[in-house]
Design a protein around this ligand. Structure first.
Ligand code: NAD
Length: 495
């Protein structure tokens, strides 16, 4: 077996080995074989990284930079991301199983967050208050928080980091990132670009390792001001609890069980593509997966038939091949989890009309592949309709009318996203108002942008990423009062 590539952590602008001396194997989901070794960081590494980030926040070059200079640096980073997009994309494919066809677009697009927030850095303004107290002048300023801990999942490592990082750096914070133990390679490679862009030492640090061993010490570190977490709801809840003991600010981007609602008056061809994009793109491993397809009764059978016919043609195999449409599952535990939900669906009494098993196709080699799977006869109360699977498993649920569609759509603990397919302008406007989700797509699905706020209702999270207001998730407001009076005030009376 060829020797495995040994990666190092990036702390205080140096490539460092973990204090434990131990490494975690990282694998290629297409071959099912390890290709590299990722440092198994622990509390001691976290302490070094937070120490470096804290020092960079409080002294040296970074806090002295103007917001305009920070903006320039971010735009330089955007250029570097765009120039290196193919290389970064290939690492995501090797380490994560992402499709090169999608990465070619996604990684280039990630540069836009650095341009957008780079431009925004010097447009955050405080205000002079028309204060109601005589002989006083008062104004507000927005200041960075300090060291931000960023905890990232495995499904879209660079993009999800970018959503947080661009805003946090634009605001003037420093950062320690803990990527997923399964997919750390792209973040470590990206650290080289941060250095090339000219960010001072200690502003950006990466500690790799497991959630409990490296993630938790980061969340609870006394010098971390805020935790920005993306991941599953269970770990998110634990992170929230742990952060509470230090009264840290927290933003959470968690799971989803998004409804994709198809009305009888839709453009059926488009809606079929939207349903496919909602659940089979990225092998269903997205928080915004439209895993509950609500179809109006009158077109249910025809729609299900068309969808299945199209999904059957989806090309599986090597994610490095530009025409592959469904790639492998990223991790072995996730692979097992998806297969176990096929048993759950069966036990619940759902009818499998496509897939329902691991993919046993020659083009899938030894990779972790599951067949695109569709269930009909699903009731919204079934586990397969209530729990996040995070894989290419679609549940089709029939509904009678608008009221029933809305009721089913909202009847889950999650509220991340929803889709709606209709040609009725009234529905396009009225239904989004009644859907309890942070994003509603009408006649489209899976659209995201640096300027569009993204985040969850209900248990799908706290806070918003992207969009100009998201910079305030990484800032705090200070009010300054200046007395202009020459007289001595009575100290016992509130001014
Ligand atoms: P996960 O929760 O298992 O892990 C996410 C990250 O948290 C990893 O880096 C992990 O090491 C770390 N972690 C785990 N336990 C921790 C702890 N106790 N303290 C600190 N860190 C800890 O999630 P995952 O399996 O990597 O990712 C899939 C999940 O992420 C899905 O539920 C998906 O919906 C969610 N997700 C949400 C969004 C969103 O924007 N809402 C985007 C992508 C993924």
């Amino acid at each position: 077996m060829p020797s495995l590539e040994k990666l190092q952590m990036y702390i205080d602008a140096e490539w460092q080995a973990p204090a434990s001396g131990e490494y975690i194997e990282t694998s290629n989901p297409f071959t099912g074989k390890p290709w590299g070794l990722v440092p198994r960081g622990n509390a001691s590494d976290v302490d070094r990284a937070v120490g470096a980030a804290h020092k960079a926040f409080t002294s040296g070059e970074w806090p002295k930079l103007t917001a305009t200079s920070r903006g320039h640096m971010l735009r330089r980073l955007g250029d570097l991301v765009a120039e290196n997009a193919d290389h970064l994309g290939e690492i995501e494919v090797k380490d994560n199983g992402k499709l090169i066809a999608e990465m070619a677009v996604q990684t280039k697009y990630a540069a836009q967050w650095y341009y957008y927030f780079g431009g925004l850095a010097d447009k955050v303004e405080g205000g002079v208050l028309p204060i109601d107290k005589a002989d006083h002048f008062a104004y507000t300023t927005h200041e960075p928080l300090g060291v931000i801990a960023m905890i990232i999942p495995w499904n879209s490592p660079l993009l999800l980091l970018t959503w947080k990082l661009a805003a946090a750096l634009a605001a003037g914070n420093t950062v320690v990132v803990k990527p997923s133990e399964y997919t750390s390679a792209s973040t470590l490679e990206f650290a080289k670009l941060v250095e090339q862009a000219g960010f001072p030492k200690g502003v950006f640090n990466v500690v790799t390792g497991y959630g409990q061993e490296a993630g938790e010490p980061l969340v609870t570190h006394k010098d971390v001001a805020k935790v920005a977490f993306t991941g599953g709801s269970e770990s998110g809840t634990r992170v929230y609890e742990k952060a509470a003991s230090g009264l840290k600010k927290v933003s959470l981007e968690l799971g989803g069980k998004s409804p994709n609602i198809v009305f009888a008056d839709c453009n059926m061809e488009n809606a079929v593509m939207g349903a496919v994009s909602g659940i089979f793109a990225a092998t269903g491993q997205t928080c915004i997966a439209g895993s509950r397809l609500l179809v109006q009764e009158s077109i249910h059978d025809e729609f299900a038939e068309k969808l299945v016919a199209f999904a059957k043609t989806a090309k599986m195999g090597d994610p490095m091949s530009m025409d592959t449409q469904v790639g492998p599952v990223t991790t072995p535990p996730q692979f097992e989890k998806i297969l176990s939900y096929m048993d759950v669906a069966k036990a619940d009494g759902a009818e499998c009309v496509l897939g329902g098993k691991r993919a046993d196709r020659s083009e899938c080699g030894d990779g972790w592949f599951v067949e695109p799977t569709v269930y009909t006869g699903v009731k919204n109360s079934m586990r397969i309709a209530q729990e996040e699977v995070f894989g290419p498993i679609l549940s089709i649920i029939p509904f009678k009318d608008d009221e029933e569609a809305i009721e089913i759509a909202n009847d889950v603990i999650y509220g991340l996203a929803a889709g709606l397919w209709t040609s009725d302008i009234g529905r396009c406007i009225e239904i989004p108002k009644r859907i309890k989700a942070g994003t509603v797509w009408v006649n489209t699905y899976r659209a995201v942008s640096y300027m569009a706020p993204f985040g969850g209702y209900k248990t799908s999270g706290l806070g918003r990423e992207s969009g100009k207001d998201s910079i305030y998730e990484y800032m705090q407001t200070k009010t300054v009062w200046i007395s202009t009076s020459k007289e001595t005030a009575n100290p016992f009376i509130l001014k």
